[in-house]
Design a binder for this molecule. Structure first.
Ligand SMILES: Nc1ncnc2c1ncn2[C@@H]1O[C@H](COP(=O)(O)OP(=O)(O)O)[C@@H](O)[C@H]1O
Ligand SMILES: [Mg+2]
Length: 638
């Protein structure tokens, strides 16, 4: 039960097939709703590629004309050179002209026509590119929103133990950063996977037809580039994961500090807090730099390889030109196309790395998605609460040390049961088990004779209203806090609940009454007021069973009395389990369960326990201020 989320596997350089399959499964889930857009996008990419291929080819005849190659005007459509199979960079100009039917025109007419065609293509190319990008961004962002929604929903289906051991800041970061990074490169990857092979294929075809030897050099350069990049980047995924987790940690620390501003200031801990932040940020910096060294070393290295390739190509192409194997047009086009083919090869390399990055984030998301709730909902939906709650030899431990040991008692419907015991005895844990935040390791808890593990979890919890030790409120209006999550509750019901909870009067005096916003966790109102709002929030739902962790110790005596009055009022005529810290509550209790070190020491009424239970006697004198007088004992039994 203390199992942490497994740390991400450091990651290997190779993309293993299983991971890619998993990524595709995720992509399929989140892209499926947008399949229409995705099809349009793929068509857009093909259009983009087509125009991209044509663009340089349009320039070929212009080169021929400029160089004074007359043969292009003399070609007939049956010319063998115009066969697709013979198409290479030497006769590309002629091929284009004849195929376009332009070879009967004059030189300037051809040049101006082609210039216009070139412009139109450029215009379309950029327009399509823009549309493609927008569409891709739209798909990506919508998929991300869906992903965030599902992750949130999944996390809230997990049990409390998960939230206990998980830093909330880190969860925020995963929801934020990792969902972004998981889809961030989706469009560039999709585009490159579609566009680059086509460009490489078309250019490659022309290059191979023109000169096999030259092309071999280009291919060697491309492969070299790919391998160098891959070798230096082999630890990349590990570094990305490392970077993301130190960033998440720093974010979590910041979040914790901002929400604890009061404590930081009270203990004059600003310097200390800053010191820790500096340490966190230093880690972030170190991780970012390690990542950057590796990532950025790619660019100069590929740049140098590119330069060497270019010079080699130039040298070899010039030799071919001089030996007559290449025409002047072929020479220029080879230089151009030979370099152009390196672009898509480069893109594919970058795509490989982008996929690594996406996988790193997807891996972190999947770890969360794979978490299973330790407390599972059961099949039976309870409709009513009839007889009571029974605990039967309940034992429970968080870690290795037992926290509760064979605890048995019963809460009959209509009864008010008080739990008392020293701090750390296991009282709060016991109420958490009754609310099924955790399941006991042995023994069981029954509602109306049925094990609560058989019950639908949400339906079961709806029977309860709880006020915990620290009443957590939200940064919303008073009314929203009381009605929390129950939009159908009317203003009249809210006011009635506030009256029962002794809160109506102070609420009326707030600047906007019930519509006053009370700050993060309710910091804008006093502790006693927060408690009374929490009581109102518990009773507005008219729960069958109330669970109260009496937390009045931090309150001044007036607030304490107001809260106490409210508690006394709401626990009348209902079933209640109260972790009691004061005499008036235990005296009124139908049953007092005395806990010590996770064991039930005794069960009884105040008067009986005062006589026979040493621990209770001690607690009563020290904690409740009991004077041990016979009259008090008497009234306890009444
Ligand atoms: N989430 C938790 N994880 C691990 N140990 C816990 C957790 N909550 C409480 N404990 C431990 O369980 C014991 C009982 O705690 P608790 O139920 O809060 O006692 P009480 O409410 O009676 O003061 C304590 O020793 C406490 O340290
Ligand atoms: Mg407690």
């Amino acid at each position: 039960m203390k199992r942490r989320i497994p740390r991400p596997d450091p990651g290997t350089a190779r993309l293993n097939r299983n991971e890619i399959q998993q990524y595709f499964r995720l992509a399929r889930t989140y892209l499926r709703p947008y399949w229409r857009e995705a099809i349009v996008l793929v068509i857009g990419y093909f259009a983009f590629t087509g125009l991209n291929v044509i663009q340089p080819l349009v320039m070929a005849p212009v080169l021929d004309i400029a160089i004074g190659n007359q043969s292009i005007f003399e070609a007939s459509p049956t010319d063998a050179q115009l066969d697709w199979n013979n198409l290479d960079l030497n006769n590309l100009g002629k091929f284009m002209l004849v195929r376009l039917g332009l070879n009967s025109l004059g030189a300037w007419e051809i040049i101006s026509t082609l210039a216009i065609v070139y412009l139109v293509i450029t215009f379309l190319l950029n327009l399509i590119n823009y549309a493609n990008t927008l569409l891709a961004v739209r798909i990506r962002n919508r998929a991300r929103v869906d992903m965030q929604r599902d992750l949130f929903q999944h996390l809230f289906a997990l049990s409390l133990d998960f939230f206990n051991r998980q830093q909330s800041g880190e969860l925020v970061s995963r929801l934020e950063q990792d969902t972004r990074a998981t889809v961030s490169n989706l469009e560039s990857v999709a585009r490159n996977v579609i566009v680059s092979p086509i460009l490489i294929g078309v250019y490659g075809y022309l290059l191979v037809n023109t000169s096999l030897q030259l092309t071999a050099i280009v291919i060697v350069a491309g492969v070299l580039q790919f391998w160098v990049s891959r070798i230096i980047r082999s630890p990349i995924r590990r570094l990305i994961i490392k970077q993301q987790s130190v960033m998440a940690r720093a974010g979590a620390y910041l979040q914790e500090m901002f929400s604890s501003a009061r404590v930081v200031k009270t203990f004059v801990a600003e310097e200390y807090a800053l010191g820790r932040l500096k340490a966190e940020l230093k880690d972030v910096y170190a991780a970012q730099m390690r990542y950057a060294y590796l990532k950025q070393s790619d660019l100069p290295l590929t740049g140098i390889i590119n330069g060497i390739t270019n010079v080699t190509i130039l040298f070899l192409v010039a030799r071919e030109l001089i030996s007559g194997a290449l025409t002047p047009t072929g020479f220029f086009l080879y230089l151009y196309v030979g370099r152009s083919v390196l672009g898509p090869i480069n893109s594919l390399v970058l795509t490989y790395n982008a996929v690594q990055q996406m996988l790193a984030s997807e891996q972190r998301l999947r770890e969360l998605m794979d978490q299973q709730p330790s407390v599972q909902s059961g099949p039976v939906t309870p409709q009513t609460f009839e007889t009571g709650i029974t605990l039967r030899e309940v034992s429970f431990h968080y870690g290795d040390e037992p926290t509760l040991n064979e605890v048995s008692f019963e809460v009959k419907k209509g009864e008010m049961v008080a739990l008392v015991g020293p701090s750390g005895a296991g009282k709060s844990t016991l109420t958490d088990l009754i609310l099924r935040f955790y399941d006991p390791q042995t023994g069981g808890i029954m509602m109306d004779g049925r094990d609560i593990r058989e019950l639908d979890l949400k339906a079961y919890r709806r029977f309860f209203g709880t006020v915990s030790q620290e009443s957590l409120l939200f940064n919303a209006s008073v009314a929203e806090n009381i009605a929390y999550a129950r939009t159908e509750i009317t203003r009249a019901q809210i006011i009635a609940a506030a009256q029962v909870a002794n809160a109506h009067e102070f609420i009326e005096q707030l600047p906007q009454g019930y519509d006053t916003t009370i700050g993060d966790r309710g910091v804008l109102i006093s502790g006693g007021q927060r408690q009374r709002l929490a009581i109102a929030r518990a009773v507005v739902r008219q729960p069958q069973i109330l669970i109260l962790d009496e937390a009045t110790s931090s309150l001044d005596s007036l607030s304490e009395r107001l809260v106490q009055d409210a508690i006394d009022r709401v626990i009348q005529n209902t079933t209640a389990i109260v972790i009691a810290h004061r005499l008036s509550t235990v005296r009124n209790a139908h049953k007092i369960v005395v806990l010590d070190q996770g064991r039930v020491v005794d069960i009884g009424k105040h008067g009986e326990l005062m006589k026979r239970c040493a621990l209770y006697h001690e607690l009563a004198t020290l904690q409740f201020g009991e004077t041990d007088s016979p009259t008090d004992e008497g009234s306890g039994d009444s």
